[in-house]
Design a protein around this ligand. Structure first.
Ligand SMILES: Cc1cc2nc3c(=O)[nH]c(=O)nc-3n(C[C@H](O)[C@H](O)[C@H](O)COP(=O)(O)O)c2cc1C
Length: 180
């Protein structure tokens, strides 16, 4: 099988992690994969805060938990968090977005998240993209200016979960050829 497709099939959202640190070299390669991601007009409207300090990590993890929705109660286990911030885009990305009624930085950040999670899989690491979080709490813990949006927290670590079958729509449902 094509090795990229194999990589894609081995990525999953991991929600349980071993108590084992992530090697700095692995983290560096994952961050390089993020840095090289494409973006509209090459605006690169992102900043990534790496959180490994145990105290800060616990506080960020708490900010991802929701009692009400019973979500993200596993996040304290991951030894590394990548906090993905939206930064201002450049003039051309903003102008293009205005003309097409699209907010390109959100698309760009999604691509960065894909690069990160696939690079993590390639390094033998588990990951989970976390969209639910209390932005204000994270801003406070990580001294992020109030006008910067915290869009995602990506957990990284050695997974203790085995690979699940993917639940996905069929190709027929999502792909059509030549017309809608
Ligand atoms: C933008 C985004 C936000 C997500 N937020 C959460 C989250 O807050 N908590 C969580 O457990 N999973 C979250 N996920 C993971 C999805 O639930 C998961 O990707 C989806 O169910 C498919 O499963 P898989 O990643 O194991 O293939 C998020 C994924 C994306 C792309």
């Amino acid at each position: 099988m094509n090795s990229f497709l194999e990589l894609v099939k081995s990525r999953q959202s991991d929600r349980a992690y071993l108590d084992k640190p992530v090697e700095k070299e692995k983290l560096d390669r994952i961050l390089e994969a993020a840095r090289l991601a494409p973006s509209a007009c090459n605006a690169q409207p992102w900043k990534i805060i790496v959180v490994t300090d145990p105290e800060k990590r616990m506080q960020v993890a708490e900010a991802t938990e929701s009692k009400l929705l019973s979500m993200n109660h596993f996040t304290k286990q991951a030894p590394v968090q990548l906090v993905i911030l939206e930064e201002s885009a450049n003039f051309t990305s903003n102008a293009g977005g205005w003309a097409t009624n699209k907010h390109y930085p959100h698309i760009d950040l999604g691509i960065v998240a894909a690069h990160i999670s696939l690079a993590a899989t390639d390094e033998g690491l588990g990951s989970c993209i976390i969209g639910w979080c209390d932005e204000k709490k994270i801003q406070k813990v990580l001294e992020i200016p109030k006008n910067k949006r915290v869009m995602l927290v990506i957990l990284l670590g050695y997974s203790s979960q085995s690979l699940r079958n993917k639940k996905r729509k069929s190709k027929d449902e999502i792909v059509s050829w030549e017309k809608y």
